[in-house]
Design a protein around this ligand. Structure first.
Ligand code: ADP
Ligand code: F6P
Length: 330
């Protein structure tokens, strides 16, 4: 393999830039011709190709993605896919590194299974919703943003004896809520994998009140409804309304952390994970091991067949969830 390209697609995440950095520089140092595709699959369809003739640097820490990203409906069509493939053929690009979430990986799967393009996926999404890997790029950074924000929020909530319902991202996955909730000692953590039982939450708040605790933090994952329908930015309000219905005198507010979770510098863990995954992706391509996705399992970088990896179902850590609830019960 002589020519490879890298693109970032779908929702951006911290750590994507670290993966770009490693893919480009490790590719160049392995004697490859390396290209970047701007704005994900849209750039591939439009022929928006950058040729890296020198190593790049000073980007691994940055949030967002220097290549730009996009959601690209055309990539789901045969016409769009053919244009994307044509761009790769025009430049003689043989291998494509796709950094993104499960949607982007589905695009890569189509390119490899239907058009014979040699792909390698790097999991870049704050949601941590891919079953084959313990962690995705951006999850650690987004979770750290949530934990820090909630710790800060406690200052005003505590002195006002208020409860706050904090909505976090994650699509249908409750991992951001769970891990951040543990890190900041949330009183209640609501995730789609478990669902929302207003009576249980109210019982907990009433118990806390009887113990003299009126400043509660309730973390709610945006995908809380177990029917899988997302109502971003409104779940916290709905949870608050259900609580107020049963506790009309409660002093309660909501906060939606939103896209702040995808912004700011990557944590050290995401930088190192991105760099190690980028290196592994290049090694896969160079050794002819293609149509793979890179992951991390038990602290080891691994790769797996893209079709098999996408067929797996993400398992929620019920044990950790139960432990989290027990930590703040008193
Ligand atoms: P993420 O990669 O973060 O999960 P999306 O689900 O929005 O984000 O997917 C990113 C892009 O991947 C989509 O905009 C589309 O261009 C491409 N994509 C998603 N699913 C498919 C599919 N089944 N076939 C082809 N391309 C797809
Ligand atoms: O997939 C990452 C993610 O940040 C989800 O957590 C969230 O639901 C979604 O993307 C937000 O998408 P957008 O940036 O298009 O509003």
């Amino acid at each position: 393999m002589k020519k490879i390209a890298v693109l970032t697609s779908g929702g951006d995440s911290q750590g994507m830039n670290a993966a770009i950095y490693a893919t480009v520089n490790y590719g160049l140092s392995n004697g490859l011709d390396v290209y970047g595709i701007a704005d994900g699959y849209q750039g591939l369809i439009d022929g928006n190709v950058i040729h890296y003739t020198r190593p790049i640097g000073n980007i691994s820490h940055l949030g967002g993605t220097v290549l730009g990203t996009a959601r690209c409906p055309d990539m789901r069509t045969t016409q769009g896919q053919q244009k994307a493939v044509q761009t790769l053929r025009t430049h003689g690009i043989e291998g494509l590194v796709v950094i993104g979430g499960d949607g982007s990986f589905n695009g890569a799967k189509v390119l490899s299974t239907q058009y014979g393009i040699k792909t390698v996926g790097i999991p870049g999404t704050i949601d941590n919703d891919l079953a084959y890997t313990d962690f995705t790029l951006g999850f650690d950074s987004a979770t750290a943003v949530v934990a820090d924000a909630v710790n800060q929020l406690r200052d005003t909530m505590s002195c006002n004896k208020r409860t706050c319902v904090v909505e976090v991202m994650g699509r249908d996955c409750g991992d951001i809520a769970l891990y951040a909730g543990i890190a900041c000692g949330a009183d209640v953590i609501l995730v789609p994998e478990v669902g929302f039982d207003a009576d249980k939450v109210v019982a907990r708040l009433q118990h806390n009140a009887q113990c003299g605790k009126f400043d509660n933090i309730i973390i709610v994952a945006e995908g809380i409804r177990s029917d899988g329908t997302l109502d971003k930015g409104h779940e916290a309000d709905k949870v608050m309304a259900a609580i107020v219905d049963k506790m009309p005198d409660i002093n309660i507010r909501t906060m939606v952390l939103g896209h702040l979770q995808r912004s700011g510098n990557a944590t050290l863990q995401d930088r190192l994970l991105g760099i190690n995954m980028g290196i592994h992706a290049v090694e896969c391509l160079v050794s002819g091991k293609t149509d793979r996705v890179i992951g991390v399992r038990n602290n080891q970088i691994i790769d797996e067949d893209i079709v098999e990896a996408l067929a797996k179902t993400k398992r929620f850590n019920d044990k950790l969830y139960a432990q989290a609830q027990a930590l703040t019960a008193f």
